[in-house]
Design a protein around this ligand. Structure first.
Ligand code: PLP
Length: 406
């Protein structure tokens, strides 16, 4: 099997359009990915053929919907290399997964004086829930520094770890830099101190094979919309025994075993953490996205994305005054850059006129921006459907930027 990018592009209807008079070059994939026809069809089939609430009815449509929802859970478990489907909690996304852990597991286990260890390059969604926890529980947030090339400072990490470290929460891949966190080194080190480990896989799942059992973490979270699936659906994987010991965070239907005014009892996980009607169609769409993605030749996809990243990086580095943030290896899919004398926002506006969609701003990583003395960068990020023409459009657009600001 090899990778046919033209065929792949034809499976993503949204790509076949012009922005003004220009061909769309969508390079904002770290923010969200487009959806293949297979995902849209699965969503359509749910609404058109068996739309129904799940778990609590005996009628045929509800049974079909329940079966589809629960087999989506099974599909996600296989995708992540989880031991069991009941280790998969459907959430609204990465942010919701982290907040669930912060409000359930952490509220139960964290004592005043305990330390939560994160890194300087985390997305706000892996910073703020821990700050809120520290306010509630009197714990302290510690931060692993980032080196000049975007890699985490591993010797500082070792020094920060101690018997006070209760939780280490790290991105698998930085959304601003594309640099891959060396989890194979960092997770075992955290475990030596008995810390619980949460990995934010938002930027990893669409690019790297993820096996939670091999990683050795306790929690892994990601969002469906960055993996060619729908928005509003995400996954929290939790190690079975850890999830079982956790109290509910949100109360409501479906998360209980019994309810009475004298007191209520909780359902087993994952239901315990899925109060209310869940995003049924989101879970079904996510499973369709995983089916689509997993049917591809992953080695060929990686080689394709890597070639685009290298080619674009080399060409960008030839532009006078252009600086790339995050040069450490291994890295993937993201190029964050600044251009001397031009605000990233202006770069984004001019590129948009050329049909090129990139992201500009702090990318929800303000502490990292501050670390590099910046308030914003321009960020181009790649997905499997990007091609050479997209890279050429980016380079051509940047020539226009330079001409206009010369
Ligand atoms: N973590 C990382 C590394 C991200 O890139 C993102 C989104 O950009 C998030 C967390 C938050 O994801 P969501 O907004 O889907 O919850």
């Amino acid at each position: 099997m090899s990778f046919d990018v033209a065929l792949t592009r034809s499976q993503f209807p949204v790509l076949n359009q012009r922005v003004g008079k220009k061909r769309l070059a969508y390079l904002d994939n770290a923010a969200t990915t487009h959806k293949p026809q297979a995902v849209m069809s699965a969503v359509d089939r749910y609404y058109g053929e068996y739309n129904s609430n799940i778990h609590r009815a005996v009628h045929t449509l509800s049974q079909k919907a329940t079966e589809a929802y629960e087999s989506s859970r099974q599909r996600v478990a296989e995708f992540l290399g989880a031991d069991r489907p009941d280790e998969i909690v459907f959430t609204a996304g990465t942010t919701a997964g982290i907040n669930l852990v912060a409000n359930s597991w952490a509220d139960q286990h964290i004592q005043p004086g305990d330390e939560i260890l994160i890194s300087h390059l985390e997305h706000h969604s892996n910073i703020v829930p821990w700050q809120l926890l520290c306010e509630r529980r009197g714990c302290t947030l510690k931060v692993i520094p980032v080196l000049e090339d975007g890699q985490l400072d591993l010797s500082a990490y070792e020094q920060l770890l101690s018997e006070r470290t209760r939780l280490v929460a790290l991105s698998h891949v930085s959304n601003t830099l594309g640099v891959i966190t060396p989890l194979d080194v960092m997770i075992p080190k955290a475990k030596e101190w008995g810390a619980t480990v949460l990995i934010d896989g938002a930027q990893a799942v669409a690019h790297l094979p993820v096996n939670v059992t091999e990683l050795g973490c306790d929690f892994y979270v990601f969002s469906g919309h960055k993996l060619y699936g729908p928005t509003g659906i995400g996954v929290l994987w939790g190690r079975g025994e850890v999830l079982h010991g956790m109290p509910p965070w949100q109360g409501g239907g479906d998360m209980i075993e019994t309810v009475s005014f004298a007191g209520s009892t909780w359902a087993e996980p994952p239901a315990r953490f899925e109060a209310g009607t869940p995003n049924i169609v989101g879970a079904i769409g996510l499973a369709a996205a995983i089916d689509y993605f997993d049917a591809l030749d992953h080695a060929a996809v990686t080689a394709h994305e890597d070639a685009l990243l290298r080619q674009a990086t080399e060409a960008l580095l030839n532009i006078p005054g252009l600086r790339i943030l995050g040069t450490a290896e291994p890295k993937l899919s993201v190029i964050s850059f600044t251009l001397e004398g031009v605000h990233p926002h202006d770069i984004g506006m001019i590129l948009n006129k050329e049909g090129v969609a990139i992201r500009t701003g702090h990318h929800c990583t303000q502490p990292l921006m501050e670390r590099f003395g910046l308030d914003a960068t321009a960020r181009a990020s790649f997905a499997l459907y990007n091609d050479q023409e997209d890279v050429s459009a980016l380079l051509h657009g940047l020539e226009t930027v330079r001409r206009l600001f010369a």
